[in-house]
Design a protein around this ligand. Structure first.
Ligand code: GDG
Length: 501
């Protein structure tokens, strides 16, 4: 039976585990919060499908199980797996997407690596995704494509299936035309995105940048521009915008643009925060900390996340403030999502070296200033660490949204805790009550963390109350509602299934 909602996402929506020679499908353990959210959408469509890739030694092997049916807490849906060789995966994902697009999307022109990109393979893989989506979609279905590694899917799909509604959601920032146009494939990418019915981004800045890039190369007209809603136009953020285009036309086709920030599952996080298990873990962490204040930093190992700049700031703090030695601890969780890539290996080595130096310079047998954690922390434990952290220190150099800072606020059911947040995280336009800082400035970084450590309880609580209000309002259900409305499927009930606590 064909599907009314087809989600096209590069990764499979589960992990395959072999138990006694049989394959079992389990929830993903890797640090990525979006997959369960996307699966939740299946609950409200008559029939859903997911298209992803799966590595195959020989893609033409007839035994390769191309489509499987999954029945889990999110409902019944099919998963269409594209058999890709290791070389194809490496070329399309690790090279083109991560070495060429990722740095450009985040504004790191100097890290852009054009030479190894194999554009024909990128096209071929995107074409295969489009074909698989076309095969799964019912007449007039919604096909929802995610992220930059599938940039060419909308254009191909429009040719294959003019009847379907195509929505594309961008999880990363979208850079200004000056940076985006570094990509030699810029026109082809933009034309593909303009074949969509809806293109969604986290915040108005990325929408404006996208329109600017499109208008730099193509005859695109803005049909409608709107004032940005007050909750997305924090005056103090480097990413603020006052107005945003919401409707475009290109070649006779109309496109809706969305600034729709992804939120977290507040209900689920609060439920986890309230369990006995979390209370036990929290008590253990507090006991271990004693009188010391805990600073917590969580993110993937990636140069965009600003881990090095943060550790350098911590080193300066301990250097200039001997009174803090023995009184603070930094838990720096930095988990690699893309192993075996030179850029990420380098950053991991740099983090290890810097953390080692800080511990060597200032630490003692009784006190280690920094704990660098490279293994994923189970999400339940992470909630207890969020609750124990006096300060969450989240200072990416560039970040589409950043869900960690929202999870921190959601977990603080006690109403306490300080969030120090980079003004270059998309979340900064919503969370103006955080201590906003500029990770490119030593002075700004150092004064923000110093201020956070001595903030009065009254100030902490007032800021946290406001942040919790925003995070609860713009939660994952709010985003889901926005997406559903943009699909033009307003009458569908919005009832998200949260994982069991
Ligand atoms: C992309 C965009 C955008 C991290 N370490 C552990 C762990 N995590 C989880 C966090 C959070 C997720 O990973 C990270 O989400 P972010 O939003 O911070 O970052 P990206 O992975 O870069 O995601 C980003 C996002 O897409 C959504 O659109 O916000 O800007 O780059 O959920 O909790 N989870 C566990 N252990 C860890 O050690 N369990």
């Amino acid at each position: 039976m064909s599907s009314n909602l087809v989600i096209v996402y590069h990764r499979q929506p589960y992990e395959e585990v072999e138990v006694d020679g049989k394959i079992e499908y389990r929830e993903n353990k890797s640090p990525n919060g979006i997959v369960p959210t996307l699966k939740s959408f299946f609950g409200r469509f008559e029939k859903g499908a997911w298209v992803a890739w799966k590595e195959a030694e020989d893609p033409s092997n007839p035994d390769f199980e191309r489509v499987i049916e999954i029945d889990d807490q999110y409902g019944t849906y099919s998963v269409s797996r594209l058999p890709l060789t290791r070389e194809q995966v490496s070329s399309f994902y690790h090279v083109s997407s991560k070495e060429a697009f990722w740095p450009i999307l985040h504004g790191f022109k100097e890290r852009y690596n054009y030479d190894p990109v194999d554009w024909p393979t990128f096209r071929e893989v995107n074409w295969a995704f489009a074909e698989a989506a076309a095969a799964e979609a019912a007449e007039g279905a919604v096909v929802w494509v995610h992220d930059y590694n599938l940039w060419l899917v909308p254009g191909y799909l429009r040719k294959l299936r003019p009847d379907v509604k195509i929505s594309f959601y961008h999880h990363t920032p979208f850079p200004s035309a000056d940076i985006f146009n570094v990509l030699p494939w810029r026109k082809e990418i933009l034309e593909s995105l303009l074949a969509c019915d809806v293109v969604g981004f986290h915040i108005p800045r990325y929408v404006n940048n996208f329109v600017h890039a499109a208008r730099s190369l193509l005859e695109v007209d803005v049909l409608k521009r709107e004032k940005v809603k007050p909750e997305l136009s924090s005056q103090t953020s480097a990413l603020s915008e006052q107005s945003v285009p919401t409707r475009l036309t290109y070649g006779g086709h109309e496109i809706t643009l969305q600034a729709s920030p992804v939120g977290v599952d507040v209900e689920y996080i609060e439920r986890l925060a309230g369990t006995e298990e979390t209370a036990v873990k929290l008590a253990e962490v507090r006991k271990e900390l004693g009188e010391a204040q805990l600073i917590l930093s969580v993110g993937r190992t990636d140069y965009t996340k600003g881990g090095i700049e943060q550790l350098q700031s911590y080193e300066r703090l301990l250097d200039s403030r001997p009174d803090l030695r023995g009184k603070v601890r930094l838990m720096h969780v930095s988990v690699a999502a893309n192993r075996n890539m030179v850029a990420y290996e380098e950053i991991q080595n740099d983090l290890e070296q810097l953390a080692g130096r800080i511990n060597g310079r200032f630490g003692s047998f009784e006190w280690q200033p920094v704990a660098l954690i490279s293994q994923p922390v189970p999400f339940r434990d992470l909630i207890a660490y969020y609750q124990a952290a006096d300060v969450a220190w989240i200072t990416p150099l560039a970040d589409g949204m950043n869900l960690v800072c929202k999870e921190y606020c959601a977990a603080r059911t006690d109403g306490d805790g300080v969030l120090v947040l980079s003004e270059f995280a998309g979340a900064a336009v919503e969370l103006s009550s955080a201590v906003l800082t500029n990770p490119f400035s030593h002075r700004a970084m150092d004064s923000a963390i110093s201020a956070a450590l001595v903030m009065s309880e009254e100030d902490r609580r007032a800021r946290m109350e406001e942040m919790r209000r925003v995070v609860s309002k713009h939660d994952i259900r709010f985003w889901a509602e926005d997406q559903i409305q943009a699909f033009g499927a307003k009458d569908l009930p919005v009832s998200l299934v949260s994982p069991a606590a």
